[in-house]
Every structure is written in structure tokens, then in C-alpha cells.
Design a protein around this ligand. Structure first.
Ligand code: AMP
Ligand code: ZN
Length: 395
């Protein structure tokens, strides 16, 4: 027995914040099964799992208004800067690739946001990966391998809990206690609400699943001078961001893979390499006929930090996204980003240059599943229609 309720936001939500606010509503209350904001931002429609009235409903509405207030009050539209625009590049396909992917066993959903991928998509990803590695090689970037787990105290040191609490994924294990372990072995079962083991069976959380790749490199360099004064590195890794109701096909996954090319050193070194990387990628995207543009962006900070940090990121051109067209839904999807963190990690982790000042860092990050998904949305699943460079490599 679900219920639909409409809420008028206490402040008018400007069009440029509609998507951002809508995606945050997923985290407001466990009773919310779906949240939609009208295009003009004047009506919030919530679908609730079970009906609420009276004080419970008031409490829920108050939480919704808290998000609106925190994100909208004092926010101003950041100037969007477009660095490249090839969104008009003609592409042959307009269909929705999802049905075909499922039918052919190229995509199998284990749970919301968790997917296995079949041979064609895997080969396509391997092809993109090879290009990203070639980009890394063009900078002489050293290869690294990083774990999927990340210690909580590392993330704390770079203030991750404050900026992105809603998307964290925690890791635990059974406490080292024979009674607990025996009890679990005998009684553990999956119910509607998940695994039924008592919460006190689990050890305190010391570890999370990594939300990004480059953090591991910075942590390995912490509390000492940077050897050689500058470093280019590359690695691929599993990344985890819990996106709640926003999890949708390969567009928004809980568990996805990222290839990063990472720069650590003086400011000019980082900024110049980021720019050179962008120019090199432009040639590659032309070769594979991708319709996309590159524009300034900001990270999806949670309430409280959102306005301040988003404005800061825009003003200092810290993030540019590669947004590929999804013709079937007339929208775009970020398949990668060019990031500059200034000396944030250098300061937080005490990584220094020869003159004693903190290092600057930046990274070029590609989402591998999204890259494949966007390509398939523009070219379809029939390889005959693909650009030759891709067809040959994947055949
Ligand atoms: P970011 O560090 O947020 O710029 O992420 C780098 C790239 O990772 C993005 O451009 C996406 O291609 C990919 N990515 C980020 N979040 C997700 C997600 N939830 N699902 C799939 N890909 C993602
Ligand atoms: Zn990074």
C-alpha cells in the first residue's frame, strides 16, 4: 500500500538545481520509494512505501525542506564553461541499448547497481582500456595496483565523511568469537530486509570500499617529500558509490570501474598535463566517432557542503566532465573527468615538494562501464554499424 504525496518546496528551486536536489531526495527517508521534481522545480512528488499521516508526515516533510533549504538558499548558477563541443557529431543509433544488452546476456543485474557484463561489452571495455593506458604511457605514467578496500582513517584524513557521507559503502566481518561465528553459521539467512544476523555479531568498521582510485596513490605518498619532485601514475580499480534510488542500469552503478591517470607535483606540472591529456583524448574520441562535449562541473557534495564547494569548484575550474550524448533519452552522461585538486591532498596528507610546499594533484578519470554504455547508445549492438577502428579491435 504505497502513497503519493506532493510537497511545495519552501524555496523556489531554480532549474539548474532540479536534478541535483531530486537525486538527494533519495537519501531523505527510507520510506521514500521514488522522488520526482517537476521541471520548473515547483512540485516535489514522493512515492512512499507505506502511508504516513500526522506527526510522521510532518517530520518527513521537514526533512525534505531541510534539503531544499540547504541546497537552494544562497545558491547561484555557476557559469558553465564548454571546452570542446562535438555533440553534433552524427551517430547512427537512437535506440535504448538496455533491452538488447539484457536479451543477449551482455548485462546481468545481480542487485540494484551491481552488474555482470558479457563478452561483447567486456571486449569493448578492453579496447577503451587499451586507449586509456596508451594515454597514460604518453606521459610515461608508472603503473600501480590498488586494493578495493580502503581504511576508514585514510578517508577521514581527507574529509571524505563530511563531503560524501551518503555514498559510502562500509565493510565489516564477524567478530573473532566462536559463539558469534557458530551462531552465524547456524542461523544466518537472507530475509526481505537483508541478512538477519544480529548487528552485534559484526566487528566495528575500520574499512570501506574505495570510492575512487587516485586516493590510494596519495595515501602511499603521505608524510614525506615526493620522491623526484613530480610523478605521473596510472591504475584501474573497482570503485563504489552508493547511489540509492538513483542506481539505474550502467549509467549509475554501486560498483563500477575507473581507469585513472594521476599527476602529483608542482601546480604547472599538474595543470599542463591535465590540459595535454584532454587534447590527446580529443583525437581518440574523434577516431571512435563519439558525440560528446567537455564542460565545467562540480562533484555531488551532500547538503551543508554543497553550495560552498560547488561554487568553489566552478570558480577555480577544478573539474571538467566529458559528457557523451545518450540519443535515446536526449540527455548526456559523464564518461570521464579532468580534475585538479589544487594542493588539497598535499596539505591534508603532508606530501611536499623540494621547497617544502605541499604538492598539487590532479587526475584524468574514465568510467569504463559508462564509456561502453554511451558508445553502445550511439552505435547500437550490431558491430557492422560501428566505426572501423572499434570494430576491428573488438572483432
Ligand atoms: P568522478 O570522480 O566523479 O569524476 O568520476 C569519474 C568517472 O567515473 C565519471 O566520469 C563516470 O564515468 C564514472 N562514474 C562515477 N560514478 C559512477 C557511477 N555511480 N556509476 C558508473 N560510473 C560512475
Ligand atoms: Zn582521481
Amino acid at each position: 500500500m504505497s502513497q503519493q504525496i506532493e510537497i511545495a518546496p519552501a524555496l523556489p528551486i531554480p532549474a539548474f538545481l532540479v536534478g541535483e536536489v531530486q537525486s538527494k531526495l533519495a537519501y531523505v527517508d527510507e520510506n521514500i520509494a521514488a522522488a520526482r521534481l517537476s521541471a520548473q522545480g515547483e512540485v516535489i512528488t514522493l512515492t512512499l512505501r507505506r502511508p504516513v499521516e500526522g506527526p510522521d508526515r510532518q517530520a518527513l516533510e521537514a526533512k525534505v525542506q531541510r534539503v531544499v533549504q540547504a541546497m537552494v538558499a544562497g545558491a547561484f548558477k555557476p557559469k558553465v564553461q564548454v571546452l570542446e563541443d562535438y555533440s553534433d557529431r552524427p551517430v547512427p543509433y537512437r535506440g535504448d541499448p538496455n533491452a538488447g544488452l539484457l536479451e543477449r546476456g551482455e548485462m546481468f543485474q545481480e542487485a540494484a547497481g551491481i552488474f555482470t557484463l558479457g563478452p561483447l561489452v567486456s571486449r569493448l571495455i578492453a579496447f577503451f582500456e587499451a586507449q586509456f593506458v596508451a594515454l597514460a604511457d604518453s606521459f610515461g605514467a608508472a603503473p600501480y595496483r590498488f586494493p578495493t578496500l580502503i581504511p576508514a582513517r585514510f578517508l577521514e584524513r581527507v574529509h571524505y565523511f563530511r563531503a560524501f557521507p551518503h555514498s559510502l559503502t562500509f565493510v565489516t566481518h564477524l567478530r573473532e568469537d566462536l559463539d558469534v561465528i557458530d551462531d552465524f553459521a547456524q542461523h544466518a539467512a537472507c530475509g526481505e530486509d537483508g541478512l538477519n544476523a544480529p548487528p552485534e555479531s559484526f566487528a566495528p568498521i575500520q574499512t570501506l570500499l574505495s570510492p575512487a582510485v587516485c586516493y590510494h596513490l596519495y595515501f602511499s605518498l603521505a608524510d614525506r617529500p615526493l620522491p623526484g619532485g613530480s610523478l605521473a601514475a596510472t591504475a584501474v580499480g573497482n570503485c563504489f558509490r552508493y547511489e540509492s534510488l538513483n542506481l539505474a542500469s550502467l549509467e549509475r552503478m554501486w560498483n563500477f570501474t575507473m581507469r585513472e591517470v594521476i599527476f602529483v607535483g608542482p601546480k604547472d606540472f599538474v595543470l599542463q598535463n591535465r590540459e595535454t591529456g584532454r587534447q590527446r583524448m580529443r583525437d581518440f574520441f574523434e577516431q571512435i566517432g563519439l558525440a560528446y562535449h567537455v564542460e565545467s562541473a562540480n562533484d555531488p557534495f551532500f547538503i551543508g557542503e554543497f553550495k560552498k564547494q560547488a561554487a568553489f569548484q566552478s570558480a577555480f575550474q577544478l573539474k571538467f566532465e566529458i559528457r557523451a550524448r545518450l540519443p535515446f533519452k536526449d540527455s548526456t552522461l559523464a564518461v570521464g573527468s579532468y580534475n585538479y585538486h589544487q594542493d588539497f591532498f598535499g596539505r591534508a596528507l603532508n606530501i611536499t615538494l623540494p621547497d617544502g610546499s605541499p604538492v598539487h594533484t590532479g587526475c584524468i578519470a574514465f568510467g569504463l562501464e559508462r564509456m561502453a554504455y554511451a558508445f553502445l547508445a550511439q552505435y547500437g549492438l550490431e558491430t557492422a554499424a560501428w566505426p572501423e577502428a572499434v570494430r576491428k579491435a573488438v572483432a
